[in-house]
Write a protein that binds this ligand. Structure first.
Ligand code: PLP
Length: 222
């Protein structure tokens, strides 16, 4: 199947849900991204900063770039001028660096807190308590050039659809809880829930995802 057909197929499946599609383009050549762009896809997700910068330089400037993978503080400066959203904020220190680089670029960068929902120990992220602690800190309240707009999570890599569904549901529940308990401010305006990948994006959309991150179902296996 072609990239355009795969995109059509996924968009068809997402009809009637609130989920927008992020095409995850990591490791894929520019020609594939151009094909997706021609088919109307203008939101791309990458998990490495250098690769994202290289592709951003070449491709049209109306593309939204989302950084979805684990991020080291020392890489933030390379993308701070153009990145649309950072999905993988997992520490106060990283958020401070994003705020600093966004300030230098005179802009506000939208961020998601990556929340640990999977059973596996290896996944990056914050526990729900750690996320609340971060949001209650004085350091966070003093940041003017980032905006926390939601949460991101990755389900356990399992065939057990029920487990995946319950993990997504727990992220949605946490999102609702945060929204109710924490007043909106300039730098805290929750609206996005980023969850679901090629194998589970439909379950995620059913459970309230607003952004799904789909790679191999569009571009083939990496
Ligand atoms: C690679 C990746 C995806 C997409 O994975 P697929 O299974 O290819 O759809 C989604 N989210 C993150 C964080 C990723 O690194």
């Amino acid at each position: 199947m072609s990239i355009a057909k795969n995109l059509d197929n996924i968009k068809f499946q997402l009809q009637g849900t609130s989920a927008r599609l992020i095409a995850v383009t990591k490791t894929k050549p520019i020609a594939d991204l151009e094909e997706a762009y021609q088919a109307g896809c203008k939101i791309f997700g990458e998990n490495k900063v250098q690769e994202m910068v290289e592709k951003w330089e070449i491709l049209p400037k109306d593309i939204e770039w989302h950084l979805i993978g684990h991020l080291q503080s020392n890489k933030v400066k390379y993308m701070a001028s153009f990145v649309t959203m950072i999905h993988s904020v997992d520490s106060l220190k990283l958020l401070q660096e994003i705020n600093k680089q966004a300030t230098k670029n005179n802009r506000i960068i939208d961020c998601l807190l990556q929340i640990y929902i999977a059973e596996e120990e290896t996944k990056f992220g914050l526990s729900q308590d750690e996320a609340k602690e971060l949001l209650n800190s004085d350091e966070f309240h003093s940041m003017n050039n980032i905006r926390i707009v939601g949460v991101m999570g990755m389900a356990t890599n399992t065939d057990d659809e029920n487990q995946i569904r319950l993990e997504f549901r727990s992220l949605k529940t946490f999102f609702e809880e945060l929204k109710q308990q924490t007043p909106e401010t300039e730098n805290f305006q929750l609206k996005e829930i980023s969850m679901g990948m090629s194998g589970d994006f439909l379950i995620a959309a059913e459970e309230g995802a607003t952004l799904v991150r789909v790679g191999s179902a569009i571009f083939g296996h990496r």
